[in-house]
Design a protein. Structure first.
Length: 224
């Protein structure tokens, strides 16, 4: 409900930083997003250092992040944000869909990954989903993750240990769907602290390195 002074409507706005080193991409993208309902572009950044400064000035809900930027690239910036501002979600928007870029970004903590052939509706949907604690991967990215997970040479080491509990398998399946800890907690009706405990246990038992590896393992095991 919107109050007569309009504050409620403002509180529902998703505050976004657009990061891209090319002004010809950054400025039109920021202008288009500014027209979308429920989205407020609070800053535009040409590199990771500018992103961190914009987030520090805050408040910011989502960073729409390019990967290849000077000074500080998108993966390192995502890693810094995950450590210093975990409440800020990162959605990658890039021309690169190679395995290193995808796994690097997801491993650093990105909540979404889109390629630059995504349409305006895809981008705004991903931003809103990220702000709500959900993840969005476009089809090309999902396909590459699936292909990586099902590479025959890697299949034996990706089998899951038998001592995973049913709950740990549930958590792994939801990681495979792209849900963050908060989303997993809401889906399973448990606390985020309990989710973290399950994740720590299953990572240790299965030898999972990071969240990107967990996504691949979930897909390979048929859980996602």
């Amino acid at each position: 409900m919107t109050s007569s002074n309009g504050y409620a409507a403002q509180e529902q706005q998703v505050k976004v930083v657009v990061a891209d080193d090319q002004a010809a991409v950054r400025e039109p993208l920021a202008a288009v997003l500014a027209l979308a309902d429920g989205i407020e572009v609070v800053a535009a950044a040409a590199n990771g250092t500018e992103v961190l400064a914009a987030v520090a000035a805050g408040p910011v809900d989502v960073v729409l992040m390019d990967l290849r930027m000077p000074v500080m690239d998108g993966i390192e910036t995502t890693r810094r944000l995950a450590g210093e501002h975990p409440e800020v979600a990162v959605v990658v928007l890039t021309t690169f869909a190679d395995d290193d870029s995808i796994l690097g970004a997801l491993g650093a903590g990105a909540r979404g990954y889109l390629t630059k052939n995504a349409g305006r509706q895809d981008i705004t949907r991903a931003i809103r989903a990220a702000a709500a604690g959900q993840s969005v991967l476009d089809r090309e990215v999902q396909g590459r993750l699936l292909a990586t997970a099902r590479t025959p040479a890697s299949t034996p080491e990706r089998s899951l240990p038998e001592d995973l509990t049913p709950r740990e398998r549930e958590v792994l399946a939801l990681i495979g769907e792209g849900l963050p800890n908060r989303g997993i907690a809401e889906r399973l009706f448990i606390s985020e602290a309990t989710v973290k405990t399950h994740i720590n246990n299953l990572f240790a038992k299965a030898g999972i390195r990071d969240r990107a590896d967990a996504v691949r393992r979930a897909i390979a095991a048929g859980l996602a």
